[in-house]
Write a protein that binds this ligand. Structure first.
Ligand code: FMN
Ligand code: SF4
Length: 400
């Protein structure tokens, strides 16, 4: 079975792989063996939150139910992120085999890909690839001729709401409801899709699995740092000569990424998309790793010509638009932060009021119901703190 060959290079995901090998190897293992390998790999979820995959899978495997679900989160709505799109187009075998192995491990027969609405163009090639896998007995009933090893995958097209990338809002949307986050607990591993145990994993997380099964968890853990094992896909965009998706070991610095992507005269780097942090030049030696700058992979480069207040305004408008409105800290808070940015733009602000807005941002981080409102103040706080000279020199205000 052939897939579109890519010239990309990397130690794990972009390394050589023969489609089907991951599943063929997995069936020689018990589900406990696979859980041990995944545990040894110390793989953490690549969707942003960094939750250990082995813990999630152990809980889902231990849940007692006739029906369980494996969901691949392909909603990829974080501004500046496009690595999952590359994986879906160029490495579908890794995505789908990762799901089959997840099903085998947790005892599920049903996989669902939640595909971002804007990626509708990927639907047909992905469905075609699923058919090829069915013909090769890598999907369907009695996979590889093994009795009762059943697993199939369907693809659900989302409707382009950022909040639907949050796993419980995603499940609500899959069930045909409005995409709004649920209270947690209960967690999806116990009460997920249709109230059944559900493991939700990011596209990139799933792509690591066939390689871990083939080469072992300890091999995987040799890459990266002690607490951030393996490699990471970084979507690099903005002011650089070579914007692209790069597979690099965790622990590299922002300076390394800027060099690889051909960035010059860089003033700021937004790490982790609009919901991440804006890092100034003085901190470009910081490491991209869970223990320092954690990220789902979005890296946006800004050179000296950029106006950081405009950058911030763009991010805050995005959050006002995308807040689902269910809880007050996020619904009102994001509008208030945007109002503050507009006040700075007009020079009609006081430092006392801006400090109050920063405090509001901190309250949103702890009081919002889901990760959207918990992380949306990050850029407001980091841009105001790290770029105050630029912002306040150009936008005079009352020093009260
Ligand atoms: C507002 C919001 C948007 C999110 N969008 C995505 C997304 O597009 N893709 C994704 O994998 N995870 C996204 N997440 C994280 C998911 O809730 C969840 O943690 C992830 O899918 C779990 O997979 P992982 O453990 O493999 O990372 C989002 C979270 C929030 C709060
Ligand atoms: S934090 Fe925002 S997106 Fe999340 S539930 Fe509250 S209003 Fe909705």
């Amino acid at each position: 079975m052939e897939t579109k060959k890519s010239s990309r290079k990397g130690d794990i995901i972009f390394s050589k792989y023969s489609p089907g090998d991951g599943i063929r190897k997995a069936v020689n293992f018990s589900r406990e063996d696979i859980l041990f390998e995944v545990k040894d790999s110390k793989l953490k979820g690549r969707g942003g939150a960094g939750f250990p995959v082995s813990t999630k899978w152990m809980l889902a495997a231990a849940a007692i139910s006739d029906d369980k679900y494996v969901i691949c989160n392909a909603d990829e709505g974080e501004p500046g992120t496009f690595k999952d799109r590359v994986l879906l187009y160029e490495y579908p075998e890794l995505v789908f085999e990762g799901m089959v192995i997840a099903g085998y491990t947790i005892g599920s027969e049903k996989g669902i890909v939640y595909l971002r609405g804007e990626y509708e163009h990927a639907l047909k090639p992905l469905q075609d690839y699923l058919n090829v896998m069915r013909e090769d007995h890598l999907l369907g009933k009695n996979i590889l001729g093994i009795k009762n090893f059943n697993f199939d995958i369907e693809i659900f097209l989302g409707s382009s709401a950022y909040v639907c990338g949050e796993e419980t809002a995603l499940i609500e949307s899959l069930e045909g409801h409005r995409g709004e986050a649920r209270n947690r607990p209960p967690y999806p591993v116990n009460t997920g899709f249709r109230g059944k145990p559900t493991s939700v994993n990011n596209v990139e997380t799933l792509c690591c699995i066939p390689h871990i099964v083939l080469k072992g968890g300890k091999w995987f853990a040799k890459f990266g740092t002690k607490t951030s094992t393996g490699t990471k896909l970084f979507s690099v965009s903005g002011d650089c000569d070579r914007p692209d998706v790069y597979e690099l070991p965790w622990g590299i610095t922002i300076n390394d990424i800027l060099e690889i992507s051909g960035a010059r005269n860089t003033k700021a780097v937004q790490v982790g998309g609009a919901s991440g942090s804006c890092i100034p030049k003085s901190q470009f030696d910081r490491k991209l790793a869970y223990e320092d700058l954690s990220t789902g992979g979005s890296i946006i480069v800004f050179n000296e010509s950029r106006n950081m207040l405009k950058v911030l305004k763009n991010f805050m408008e995005f959050f006002v638009e995308e807040s689902c409105g269910q809880c007050t800290p996020c619904r009102i808070g994001n509008s208030k932060l945007l109002e503050g940015v507009n006040m700075i733009e007009k020079g009609e602000y006081t430092f006392t009021y801006l400090n109050k807005l920063k405090e509001l941002g901190k309250t949103m981080q702890v009081a919002s119901k889901c990760g959207l409102g918990q992380s949306s103040p990050n850029s407001f706080i980091s841009i105001l703190e790290n770029f105050k000279d630029e912002i306040f020199i150009h936008n005079g205000g009352k020093n009260a």
